[in-house]
Ligand binder design. Structure first.
Ligand code: PEP
Ligand code: MG
Length: 768
C-alpha cells in the first residue's frame, strides 16, 4: 500500500468511526472500511466482554455475520487468544498449521488460509482483536501489518469511548433526550468527597462542541434568536466581503457567496430552524446541524471539499456567538447542581448561586488543574479527566460524583445512591468531630509547633479559613480576582481587594503572590498563545516583561498593608537569580515611591517560590537574596517528573511521593536551614496528612493548604511525636518508589487511627 493512500485511509476511517452512534455501528464500520482499504476478503473484530471475560466475535465482513455475538473464546483460546496473551500482531500464511489454531463451527473460516491479527489496546488493556483473512496462502507484507497495527492503535481510544458511552446514542443527535441508563465514567480524583446531584452543562463561549442538548422553553423565541443571529452573520459577511474587495480577486471572493448560500433557508438555515421547531433550543440545533455537516465534509475523498469542513465550522461558530449574546437568560440551577463540561474553569464556579453547587465533572484537566485546586478549597467533590463523558446529552441527569475514586455515576440505582448517601452522612459527622480542633494548637504530642497556613483566592475562602483555625495565609493566589474580570483591575481596585484579605487575617501574616498567569491560567483579556505554555511565558517571566503590571500590583499590596503590617510578598516561577534582583529592585522602587507619596508603610518581607528544578539546586543562593522560601510542590512535581499536571492520561505518573520529589524537598529544607531562612510549602502536598508529617520532619516551618485540609492535618500532627515523624522520614527516604512510600505512610496512618479522616470514600469499592 502506498504510504499516502494509507495515511488518508487511516484518517478517514478514524473520523468515520468517531461519528458512529453506538459501539456496534462503530465495529461494523471498522470491518467494512478496513476490509476495503486493505483489499482483503475478510475483516473481523473480536471484543472483550467483561461479564464473561471472553472475547466475543463482534463484527465481520467476509465471514458468517449470523454468528456475530454467538461465538466467544477464552483469553487463551485460538489465534485470537494468542494475539491477546502476547499483545502483539500475528501474521500467518497458513493459519490452520499454527499450534494455537482452533476451529469454530459455523463462522465460515475454513476456506481462508492467511491470517493477520492485531490487538486493540487501550490504556494497557486488550479491548479486542482486529483481524483480516485471505484465501490465498501468503504472508501479509510489512506495510499491511503496519497498517493494521496503526489502525488498531488509533481505534482503541474510539472504541473505548464508544464502549463507555454505550447506547447513549449519537452525540450529535437532534433529539434532546436524556438517557436513563445507568453508566459509570472514569476520570481522576479532583477534589475529595462525594456528592449526589443534578447535572448542568457548562459551555465555553463560541465553542460548538460544548453546547448541550436542551429543550426549547419557547420555540418562537428561539426561532427569533436564530433568525436575528443569522441576519447579523450575513451582515458581517457582507462587511468582510466589502473590506477585502480590493485585495481579493472575484473568484476568491466567491467564497463569501458560498457562505451566504449556506445560511439560506434551503440549506443550513432551513435545517436548523426545522430542528428548533421540533423542540430543540437554538444553540443545540446549530451545534447538531453544523457538526453533522462538518463530519460529512471531513469524510470526503476530495481534499478541496474536505477543507470546506473548516468553513462550515467557522460559520456555525459565528452564528453561535451571536446566539449566546442574544440569550442572556440565566439558567435556573438545580438545588444540588453538579456542573459538567468539556473544560470546566475556575471562573465557571462563580456562575452557580451560593450553596447550590455540590459537585464538578470535567472532561479535560487533572487533579492539579486550577479548577480542581479551587474545588478542593471550596470542598466541592470533583472528578477531572472523565474523557468519555458525553456531557452534551446529559443535562438534568442524576449523577453521583465520587471525588475519592475519580468516578461519576450517571442515573444511579437506588441501592447505590443509598450507599453514597451513607458516606455523605458519615463525612458530615467526621467534619463535626474535627470542628472541635479549631482552637487547639497545631503541635505534636511533644509540643513541636507547626503553624498551618491557608491557600486563598476567592473571597469566600476567608471565612472558611478562619473557621477552620488557619494561622495565616501561606499563598494568596492574586490571579483569581484577575481571572474573574474582563480587564486588568486598576491599582485602586487591587488595593481594595488586597486590603480585604489583609484586614480579615490581621495580625496574622498574609503571603501575597505576584500575578502568576500563563501555563493553564489564561486571562480572557490577555491571551497567551504558545506551543508549550508550561515551559513558556509564565509567572514572574510575564510580570518582569510588563513592569507596569508588576509595579501596580506591588504598589496596591503595599498601600493595602498600611497600618496592618502583615503583608509578605512572594514571587512565582523563579528560575534565574537575576529575576529575583529585578523583582527586588522594582519592589524597592514602589516602596520608596510610596514613602515619598506619604504612605506610612514598612517594606514587606519578600520570598520566592521553589517551583522548578533549577531553583532546588540554587535554593541556598536564592535564600540569601530573600526573607523566605516557599515550595510550590504542584509545579515542582510536574517539572521534576516531566508530567503535565493537567493531563489525565499521565495522571498516574504524577506523584509527589516520588523519591526524586522527596529528595528535592529535603534538599530545599537543608538549604533554608543553613541560610537561616523561613521555609514553607504551599503546594497540595502540604494538605496530605502523611506528607505533612514528612515535611515537618524535614524541617518545614509552616504548611500552607486548602482550608478543607486544615482539620485533618492538624489532627494528624497532634497524634505523633517529632521523633516518630523523624523515624518515618528516615525510613521513607530509603524507599525506592512512590508506591512504596505511599503504602508505608498509609500503614503508619492506619496504625495511628487517623486514616478514617482521610477518605471515608474508600468504603465504596470500585466494582460496585
Ligand atoms: C504550586 O505550583 O505548587 C503552587 C502552589 O502554585 P499553583 O498551583 O498556583 O501553580
Ligand atoms: Mg505553581
Amino acid at each position: 500500500m502506498a504510504d499516502t493512500f494509507m495515511l488518508s485511509s487511516l484518517r478517514q476511517i478514524v473520523q468515520e468511526v468517531n461519528t458512529a452512534s453506538s459501539l456496534q455501528q462503530a465495529l461494523d464500520l471498522i470491518v467494512h472500511r478496513v476490509r476495503r482499504a486493505m483489499g482483503t476478503e475478510v475483516c473481523s473484530v473480536y471484543m472483550y466482554d467483561a461479564t464473561s471475560t471472553d472475547y466475543v466475535f463482534a463484527a465481520t465482513e467476509g465471514l458468517n455475520a449470523d454468528m456475530v455475538g454467538k461465538v466467544s473464546l477464552h483469553a487463551s483460546e485460538g489465534l485470537i487468544g494468542y494475539v491477546v496473551s502476547r499483545e502483539e500482531p500475528l501474521n500467518l500464511d497458513e493459519a490452520e498449521k499454527h499450534p494455537s489454531f482452533k476451529f469454530f463451527e459455523g463462522i465460515g473460516e475454513e476456506s481462508f488460509s492467511s491470517f493477520l491479527g492485531a490487538p486493540i489496546i487501550h490504556q494497557r488493556k486488550v479491548l479486542g482483536v482486529l483481524t483480516v483473512q485471505q484465501r490465498e496462502k501468503r504472508r501479509f507484507d510489512e506495510s499491511e501489518e503496519a497498517f493494521l497495527v496503526t489502525i488498531s492503535a488509533q481505534l482503541a481510544g474510539v472504541i473505548a469511548h464508544a464502549e463507555a458511552t454505550g447506547d447513549l446514542g449519537s452525540l450529535t443527535s437532534s433529539k434532546p433526550a436524556t438517557p436513563q441508563r445507568s453508566a459509570r465514567f472514569f476520570g481522576v480524583p479532583g477534589a475529595p468527597g462525594v456528592a449526589i446531584g443534578e447535572t448542568m452543562v457548562m459551555s465555553s463561549p463560541a465553542d460548538l462542541n460544548s453546547v448541550p442538548d436542551r429543550p426549547a422553553s419557547d420555540i418562537d423565541q428561539e426561532l427569533d434568536y436564530f433568525w436575528r443571529s443569522l441576519d447579523r452573520v450575513r451582515a458581517d459577511i457582507h462587511e468582510l466581503d466589502a473590506a477585502l474587495a480590493n485585495q481579493l480577486r472575484p473568484e476568491e471572493r466567491a467564497l463569501f457567496d458560498v457562505y451566504l448560500q449556506m445560511l439560506n433557508d434551503n440549506a443550513f438555515g432551513g435545517e436548523i430552524s426545522d430542528r428548533i421547531r421540533q423542540g430543540s433550543w437554538a444553540q443545540g440545533a446549530v451545534r447538531s446541524v453544523i457538526l453533522e455537516h462538518v463530519q460529512t465534509f471531513e469524510r470526503m475523498e476530495d481534499s478541496y471539499l474536505r477543507e470546506r469542513a473548516a468553513d462550515v465550522r467557522d460559520l456555525g461558530r459565528r452564528v453561535l456567538e451571536y446566539l449566546q449574546q442574544a440569550n442572556t437568560e440565566r439558567p435556573v440551577y438545580p438545588q444540588k447542581t453538579v456542573l459538567i463540561g468539556e473544560e470546566l474553569t475556575a471562573s465557571m464556579l462563580g456562575e452557580v448561586p451560593t450553596g447550590q453547587l455540590v459537585g464538578l465533572v470535567s472532561v479535560r484537566g487533572s487533579s492539579n488543574s486550577h479548577v480542581a485546586i479551587m474545588a478542593r478549597a471550596l470542598g466541592i467533590p470533583t472528578v477531572m479527566g472523565a474523557v468519555d463523558l458525553p456531557f452534551q446529552r446529559l443535562e438534568h441527569s442524576q449523577i453521583i460524583v465520587d471525588g475519592y475514586n475519580g468516578t461519576a455515576i450517571l442515573n444511579p440505582d437506588e441501592e447505590l445512591s443509598a450507599q453514597y448517601q451513607a458516606i455523605i452522612t458519615e463525612e458530615e459527622q467526621l467534619s463535626r468531630q474535627l470542628e472541635t480542633l479549631r482552637d487547639l494548637p497545631s503541635e505534636t504530642t511533644d509540643g513541636h509547633r507547626v503553624p498551618l497556613f491557608v491557600n486563598t483566592g476567592l473571597v469566600s475562602d476567608v471565612a472558611r479559613s478562619l473557621d477552620r483555625g488557619a494561622e495565616g495565609v501561606g499563598l494568596y493566589r492574586t490571579e483569581v480576582p484577575f481571572l474573574l474580570r474582563d480587564r486588568f483591575p486598576s491599582e485602586e481596585e487591587q488595593r481594595l481587594i488586597y486590603r480585604e484579605q489583609l484586614e480579615a487575617f490581621a495580625p496574622l501574616p498574609v503571603t501575597m503572590r505576584t500575578l502568576d498567569i500563563g501555563g493553564d491560567k489564561a486571562l480572557p483579556y490577555f491571551p497567551i498563545e504558545e506551543e508549550n505554555p508550561f515551559l513558556g511565558w509564565r509567572g514572574l517571566r510575564v510580570t518582569l516583561d510588563h513592569p507596569e503590571i508588576f509595579l501596580a500590583q506591588v504598589r496596591a499590596m503595599l498601600k493595602a498593608s498600611q497600618g496592618l503590617d502583615n503583608l509578605r510578598i512572594m514571587l512565582p516561577m523563579v528560575t534565574h537569580l537575576s529575576e529575583i534582583d529585578e523583582a527586588q529592585s522594582l519592589i524597592t522602587r514602589s516602596y520608596t515611591e510610596l514613602l515619598d507619596e506619604g504612605y506610612r508603610i514598612s517594606r514587606a518581607p519578600v520570598g520566592v517560590m521553589i517551583e522548578v528544578p533549577a531553583a532546588v539546586y540554587q535554593a541556598r543562593t536564592f535564600a540569601r537574596k530573600v526573607d523566605f522560601l516557599s515550595v510550590g510542590s504542584n509545579d515542582l512535581t510536574q517539572y521534576l517528573l516531566a508530567v503535565d499536571r493537567n493531563n489525565a492520561r499521565v495522571a498516574p505518573l504524577y506523584h509527589s511521593y516520588h523519591p526524586a520529589v522527596l529528595q528535592a524537598l529535603e534538599q530545599v529544607a537543608d538549604a533554608a536551614n543553613i541560610e537561616g531562612k523561613m521555609l514553607t510549602i504551599c503546594g497540595e502536598l502540604a494538605g496530605e496528612p502523611g506528607a505533612a508529617l514528612l515535611l515537618m520532619a524535614m524541617g518545614y516551618d509552616a504548611l500552607s493548604m486548602n482550608a478543607a485540609n486544615i482539620p485533618k492535618v492538624k489532627q494528624t500532627l497532634r497524634c505523633v511525636s517529632r521523633d516518630q515523624a523523624d523515624e518515618m522520614l528516615q525510613r521513607v527516604m530509603q524507599l525506592e518508589d512512590a508506591e512504596m512510600v505511599h503504602g508505608y505512610m498509609q500503614a503508619k496512618l492506619d496504625k495511628l487511627g487517623i486514616s478514617q479522616y482521610l477518605s471515608p470514600g474508600a468504603l465504596v469499592s470500585m466494582d460496585n
